[in-house]
Write a protein that binds this ligand. Structure first.
Ligand code: 5AD
Ligand code: SF4
Length: 470
């Protein structure tokens, strides 16, 4: 009997890696692989790696050590295991990976994973295959269309890459080197993918790009479209209930995009807009190309368009040369803006980036103390924001079963997790919930009305579609 081949994709890092992992699984599905959540069962292990902060490379090698043990255990049971390293560490390390870890069969960068089948075919024992090119032809053209069953299995909220790479060259960041120059997918290709996802029951779309609001894809009219315009087009697709996008740069928040936040009901009132730091000379040394006050003014304009918008940011503490006074400026910015959520990191030296060569590196203990102080303040604001939800009614997109039996879980427009007793709701519904409590990790809601049947994707209920749902 023919045994089904199984693939386990382990993804690290950002949301684009989650998207890429799905697309790699799509490519491999065409080769007869089904996905498994158990790495021990996998005939093919794909590590989809991240290079953004320190120790990323060492983490990959130690993971490969574990994979090597797994491979020899499986070999004694007569089973072969093949190993792929993908993602940004693959891009950055290239052939060094197969030199240091002979267990690896294929090394493939983020721009060439559509070639996985050929690479796997070319690789043999002691003959690894490598592809870390930035090919001129668009990988998206070569990726298979996403299958309905696979889309449904991944839920009602989906990522959709619209832009890749970055031309900003912040001095701390490896992304412009690992993901390359900014490239935008054409509008028609994005619309076709979104229609396919919506048709399979996806309701919420998060448009992804390393610098997503720099989007400048070719429209069907032959002109360059901005992200604001693209969002307007996607909002017209039947079944598209919610739109989000991430990650953005303050310099690329143009008027059209800001206006879209006021004009498009489907565009959710949540924006991740990293500021990184609050002192102007640190922002200049980071090559961020905006000041702290410039960021404050931008937030004012965005809030004027959409007053209830929840803001989120990334912060780096301990960038080279950051003094106590500079750090105090970061705290002051936090107090001024009041972020609803945020990610914060200690600066980590990335070899090959300009900031790695700066003097005045901040001692580790100082970075740790600043991070703790910043995180306490961000947490204060996050909890305060969540508390303002109690007593309000929020539209929640139901995504999955909750932790307790009979509970369902979903997301508020502000990207908060919400739990509630199931009632009449089903996954994919958008239900109004009265928020009764703000718990540390999520909100607790109670169903406040009948489900919003009008806004359900027609696909969920139409009989000819439910036939192939299984
Ligand atoms: N050190 C610490 N944080 C970093 N980030 C990117 N590069 C570094 C680095 N060298 C953070 C930034 C970015 C987020 C994705 O990761 O805050 O916005
Ligand atoms: Fe990195 Fe973002 Fe700066 Fe681009 S804009 S270099 S991805 S931090």
């Amino acid at each position: 009997m023919l045994r089904v081949k199984k693939v386990h994709v382990k993804s690290y890092g950002c949301q684009m890696n989650v998207y890429d992992a799905e697309r790699m699984a799509d490519v491999l599905a065409k080769e007869g692989y089904v996905e498994t959540a158990r790495i021990e069962d996998a005939d093919l292990v794909v590590l989809n790696t991240c290079h953004i902060r320190e120790k990323a490379v060492e983490k990959v090698y130690s993971e490969l050590g574990r994979v090597r043990e797994l491979k020899s255990e499986r070999a004694s049971a007569g089973r072969d295991t093949r190993v792929v390293v993908a993602g940004c560490v693959a891009q950055a390390e290239g052939a060094e990976i197969v030199r240091r870890a002979p267990v690896v069969d294929v090394v493939v960068g983020p721009q060439s994973y559509h070639r996985l089948p050929q690479l796997l075919a070319a690789a043999g024992p002691a003959r690894p295959a490598l592809d870390t090119d930035f090919p001129l032809d668009d990988k998206f053209q070569h990726l298979p269309a996403r299958e309905r069953a696979a889309i449904r299995g991944r839920g009602v909220s989906a990522f959709l890459t619209v832009q890749e790479g970055c031309d900003k060259f912040c001095t701390f960041c490896v992304v412009p080197y690992t993901r390359g120059a900014e490239v935008s997918r054409p509008v028609a290709a994005i619309v076709a993918e979104a229609e396919r996802l919506a048709d399979a029951g996806v309701r919420e779309f998060t448009l992804l790009g390393q610098n997503v609001n720099a989007y400048h894809g070719v429209g069907p009219d032959g002109r360059v479209w901005t992200l604001g315009r693209l969002l307007g087009r996607l909002a017209r697709i039947e079944g598209v209930a919610r739109l989000r996008y991430t990650t953005s740069h303050p310099r690329d928040m143009d008027d059209e995009l800001i206006a879209a936040h006021g004009e498009l009901p489907a565009l959710m009132p949540y924006l991740h807009l990293p500021v990184q730091a609050g002192a102007d000379h640190i922002l200049a040394a980071m090559n961020r190309r905006h000041t702290a006050d410039g960021y404050r003014r931008l937030i004012d304009r965005i809030r004027a368009a959409r007053p209830d918008i929840a803001l989120s940011s990334d912060f780096i503490v301990g960038f080279p040369g950051e003094s106590d006074a500079d750090f105090a400026e970061t705290l002051r910015l936090v107090d001024d803006v009041r972020f609803a959520s945020a990610y914060s990191f200690k600066y980590s030296i990335r070899p090959g980036t300009p900031a790695a060569d700066l003097g005045e590196q901040v001692p580790e203990a100082v970075k740790a103390a600043r991070l703790a102080e910043l995180q306490a303040r961000l947490e204060r604001d996050r909890e305060a924001f969540n508390r303002t939800m109690v007593g309000r009614t929020l539209d929640v997109l139901v995504e999955r079963a909750g932790r307790q039996p009979g509970q369902l879980a979903g997301k508020s427009p502000y990207l908060q997790g919400v739990h509630f007793e199931g009632g009449t709701a089903a996954v994919g519904d958008i239900v109004p919930l009265a928020i009764v409590a703000a718990q540390p990790g999520s909100l607790l809601g109670r169903q406040a009305g009948v489900r919003d049947g009008d806004r359900r994707a027609p696909v969920v209920e139409s009989p000819h579609r439910s036939a192939d749902a299984a």
